[in-house]
Design a protein around this ligand. Structure first.
Ligand code: NPG
Length: 368
């Protein structure tokens, strides 16, 4: 495949409701889209970096900068470019996994579209629809939280994830259990807001039968997670700490991860995400697909990944309407708690030109 050039496109999408986590509040999703153009096809990749470096060290402006300055030019010198050649070509540059993932995904999409092959089949999907959960932000009051959770359960979501932080943990979990019962699949996500000294407090979540507690401790505290896992009965799931298949293998071996959240952006792309899936499967560790408030372009690829066999827990792959009034693609709509896996070539969806134009704030063409 020969690349003609790469477009960096910035779009701004207001969220239907503000989304509060332990590290901040998102009200608008300012997304960087990568479009690669080849002789045969175009391909899309969505960069999941947020506007500020709070979830991780990456942020949108830095992703655009590293793509423009280093990553896109590195592809110019790659003979016989395909998606598998992108990782090695970008390997000399440290970090910036979200930026790398967007570029690799765009190349993979173009390659698969040109060949008429769907991403799901390419990755090894075994399902044509995936069960969906929803991530519920930190709210101003328990009443507000119960209304939100009730609305999502009525909409058909099969699993609820509550964002927690010190001061908003046991009480919201207890309230949701009391109102909606023990059958609801329920889990919590701390985004690294605790330390291992909070183990006794976190053990107070044990009686509520949670599926998992996600990333309670800082990203680099893998040993702390292993220690915490011996002090609480809720299974520990890692998100931020899992940056590669190698990191996943180490965390599992140390006893720090009973379950793994797979986010392709966090780990450098869908090819590494599949390796993590495979490593976890080999260790008997279930995985699920995380979310980063993606538009339909990123969601399509996530849903394809979530159709692999070891994705045995519902993911943060919610319907378009949970995030945006108008999505850039045809909206993903929940059907019986599931989203359909796109079956068209590549990621299987297209941006709607009028919507894309309306939300675009800047474009930049990088010829190769
Ligand atoms: O449904 O896409 C979604 C959001 C899922 O909770 C979610 N994402 O830490 O996993 C996370 C969290 C997040 C949100 C991370 C915004 C970064 C920014």
């Amino acid at each position: 495949m020969r690349l003609t050039g790469v477009e960096l496109r910035r779009i701004s999408m207001p969220l239907v409701t503000p989304f509060r986590t332990s590290f901040g509040t998102e009200t608008t999703r300012d997304v960087l889209l990568v479009r690669v153009v080849t002789g045969a096809a175009e391909g899309w990749g969505e960069c999941v970096a947020m506007g500020d470096p709070r979830y991780s060290s990456e942020y949108t402006e830095a992703a655009a900068d590293v793509l423009r300055r280093y990553l896109v030019p590195a592809l110019a010198g790659t003979p016989r470019l395909d998606a598998y050649a992108v990782g090695p070509a970008l390997a000399p540059f440290q970090g910036h996994r979200m930026a790398k993932a967007a570029l690799e995904t765009a190349v993979l999409d173009a390659e698969l579209r040109a060949a008429g092959r769907p991403l799901a089949r390419e990755l090894g999907a075994v399902r044509d629809r995936v069960p969906c959960g929803v991530s519920v932000g930190i709210m101003g009051s328990i009443g507000e939280l119960l209304d939100a959770v009730g609305g999502y359960l009525d909409a058909g979501y099969l699993r609820i994830k509550l964002k927690i932080e010190p001061g908003w943990d046991v009480a919201p979990v207890r309230a949701v259990r009391e109102r909606f019962g023990d059958e609801v699949l329920l889990q919590v996500d701390a985004n690294a807001a605790y330390t291992v000294a909070d183990a006794r407090h976190l053990a107070r979540l044990d009686p509520y039968g949670l599926l998992l507690i996600e990333q309670p401790l800082p990203e680099d505290d893998v040993l702390g997670h292993a220690r915490l896992a011996r002090l609480i009965t809720t299974p520990v799931c890692l998100d931020e700490s899992i940056t590669s298949a190698r990191a996943a293998a180490a965390a599992i071996t140390l006893g720090a991860a009973a379950i793994v959240n797979v986010k392709p952006g966090r780990v450098g792309g869908y090819l590494e995400a599949r390796r993590i899936h495979d490593v976890c499967a080999a260790h008997g560790v279930p995985v699920w697909c995380g979310g980063m408030l993606e538009t339909g372009l990123g969601r399509a690829a996530n849903v394809a990944l979530a159709a692999l066999p070891n994705f045995t827990l519902p993911g943060d792959t919610s319907a378009s309407g949970r995030y945006f009034r108008t999505d850039v693609t045809e909206p993903f709509v929940l059907q019986d708690g599931h989203l359909p896996v796109p079956s068209g070539p590549g990621i299987g969806v297209e941006p709607r030109p009028d919507v894309l134009r309306a939300v675009t704030t800047a474009t930049e063409w990088l010829p190769l």
